[in-house]
Design a protein around this ligand. Structure first.
Ligand code: ZN
Length: 135
């Protein structure tokens, strides 16, 4: 912490006609301020990291063998389970023919894998929820 009594000491030194001592103390306080600013920036980054982790913990979920993220009520995904479980990265899978492909780790999830079969089921379930307009 910054010792605020230092400012009074500096003022007193100037008042006593000791500008060199005051200047030295002022430089000390300045260097402490710079160190505190650096520490505060580092803490802001750590806080942001914890907020991101908390956000993920509250909004990331597993379904059909893939990871999904709920943002503002919208389901985002699917994200690569391999990348998330090994690197903590959320990599959105891309459609590649009848399979899903991870552009990061190059893993392919084919329709023969249980996860992709579930995705197909999930999509049908989603379509079933569409309520047609009354004619
Ligand atoms: Zn991946």
């Amino acid at each position: 912490m910054l010792d605020y009594r230092r400012f009074k000491e500096i003022n007193d030194l100037f008042a006593q006609g000791q500008p060199e001592k005051a200047r030295r103390l002022l430089m000390e306080v300045q260097s402490r301020c710079i160190a505190l600013r650096d520490e505060m920036n580092m803490l802001k980054i750590r806080l942001q990291t914890f907020e991101d982790i908390l956000y993920l913990a509250q909004n990331l979920y597993e379904e059909s063998g893939f990871y999904w993220l709920k943002t503002a009520g919208v389901k985002q995904g699917p994200f690569c389970p391999h990348c998330y479980e090994h690197e903590g990265g959320l990599i959105r899978l891309e459609k590649s023919g009848h399979a899903l492909h991870c552009p990061c780790c190059d893993t392919r999830y084919t329709h023969t894998s249980p996860a992709c079969a579930d995705i197909k089921i999930d999509r049908q379930a989603h379509q079933a929820k569409i309520i047609p307009f009354a004619g």
